[in-house]
Structures are given as C-alpha cells and as structure tokens.
Design a protein around this ligand. Structure first.
Ligand SMILES: Nc1ncnc2c1ncn2[C@@H]1O[C@H](COP(=O)(O)OP(=O)(O)OP(=O)(O)O)[C@@H](O)[C@H]1O
Ligand SMILES: [Mg+2]
Length: 227
C-alpha cells in the first residue's frame, strides 16, 4: 500500500493575549512506499508528531489529502476510519499507551480485544509470544504494566503495533526510554520489518537511526525537507 499525502497542513489556535493561528505543519507533499524506512528528525516543537498523526489517520489536517492507495482516509466516517487504522496501520505513539487493567500480552493483543472474536484473540497469542521473544520481553507476558520499566513498556507498545502485520508502522520516538543495546535492537527490528515489505516511518532524536534509513527527512518550523 502506498501512502500519498498532498498539501497536508495543520493550523492550531493558540490561546494567548491575542488568539493566534499557529501553523504546526506547512503544506506538505510526501509519498510513503512499502518496503522503505523513513527517518524523520528535527527540533522539539517542529511539527514531527503532528505530521505523523496526520499521516497515520489520527489527526484531521486543516487542508490537504491523505490517500492509502486510492482510499482518501479523511473522507471516511469515524467508524470506518477506526476499522481502517486497525487493519492497515500500526502506531507506536509518543509517551505511554498501556491499558493498566490489562496484562502485557492482553495489551499487545489489544486490537483483537477491541475488534476480534474470542477465537481470533486466542489465535493472536502465539504471534504475540513470538514478538515478545524477539523484543526480549517474553518472560513478562502475565505482568501488569505497572510492574514494567519504561523501556519494557516501549517494547510492549512496539509489539502491539507490529502484531497485525500492518501495511505501515508509524513510530514516534520509539527508542526514547531504551538503553543503547535495546535502541539497536529496536532499530534493527524496524529495519527488518521494512525489508519484509512494510512501510516504516520513524520520528526520532536518535542520531544512529540515520544509518538505518532508506529515506532521511528533516522538519524545521513545520517545513519538511526530504534529504
Ligand atoms: N492540540 C494542539 N493545540 C495547539 N498547539 C499544538 C497542539 N498540538 C501541537 N501543538 C503545537 O504544534 C507544534 C508542533 O508540535 P509537535 O508535537 O508536532 O512537535 P514535535 O516536533 O513532535 O516535538 P517533540 O520533539 O517535542 O515531540 C508545537 O509548538 C506544539 O505546541
Ligand atoms: Mg513529538
């Protein structure tokens, strides 16, 4: 699946002395192709998360379109867009996203808990275990999120995003809580995922990520440049 965004931009209203329109993402065109890893870097506040959220179907742009092949995702109603995201898009958001009343494997299988039948959910467990093994959290299957370290929670979020083998994975600072060893493991895992045909779009401050990229991107003051 190829993602083609044209003219996407996002303006926010800023509350201040004077109410101002603030442009977080200036009109941007970008195409994201299967099998490639995109690495987006840029200063804090430059609009990286805003751009990622627009591309991932999580934030309606002020103007512009996002097409997944021929599907104009923001033309879908809310239910259809949720279902589309569930089936095609894996997101590792910035910050923590654990559901604290569910254990680790249930968190990883969350989309099956929301949409799947009991049988589908049970069938997802072996794949979840394989991912946990790969990411070094196999022994934490039955733990509750409150018992996990920041890095373990990140790895749980990554397993959740990868489980359904989505067409595209968006990862917003996936290595921010990880030590050097796990940062390398994470970047290698994302790169292997890209090589297997998934499109991977990573926002990061991690300088080593540049070496893993097929396409390096930079954001400055809401303006995207493709390097
Ligand atoms: N909902 C919102 N309402 C108003 N302003 C917002 C909103 N979301 C983001 N912004 C502003 O848009 C700008 C871009 O934010 P964004 O989260 O995209 O930055 P970022 O590049 O991801 O930064 P960081 O590296 O710190 O995560 C920031 O100045 C932020 O304050
Ligand atoms: Mg951000």
């Amino acid at each position: 699946m190829t993602i083609k965004a044209t003219g996407i931009c996002k303006e926010f209203i800023r509350q201040g002395k004077n109410t101002n329109r603030f442009t977080a993402v200036s009109p941007t065109d970008i195409t994201i192709e299967p099998g490639k890893m995109y690495v987006l870097m840029g200063r804090s506040g430059s609009g990286k998360t805003t751009l990622l959220n627009i591309l991932a179907g999580l934030l309606t742009p002020t103007s512009g379109k996002v097409l997944y092949d021929s599907e104009d995702i923001y033309a879908l109603d809310d239910d259809k867009l949720s279902r589309f995201r569930c089936e095609h898009i894996g997101v590792i958001p910035q910050g923590q996203t654990a559901i604290h009343s569910l254990n680790v494997i249930e968190n990883i299988c969350l989309s099956y808990m929301l949409y799947g039948s009991f049988t589908e959910r049970e069938a997802a467990y072996p794949a979840a275990r394989e991912l946990m093994q790969r990411l070094g959290i196999a022994e934490l299957e039955k733990e509750m999120p409150s018992a996990l370290s920041g890095g373990e929670l990140r790895r749980m979020a990554i397993a959740r995003a990868m489980l359904r083998k989505p067409d595209v994975i968006f990862a917003d600072e996936p290595t921010c809580d990880l030590d050097d060893e796990n940062t390398e493991l994470m970047l290698k895992t994302l790169k292997e995922t890209a090589k297997s045909g998934t499109a991977v779009f990573v926002v990061t401050h991690e300088k080593d990520a540049v070496g893993y990229a097929d396409i390096n991107l930079n954001m400055s003051g809401g303006v995207l440049t493709i390097q």
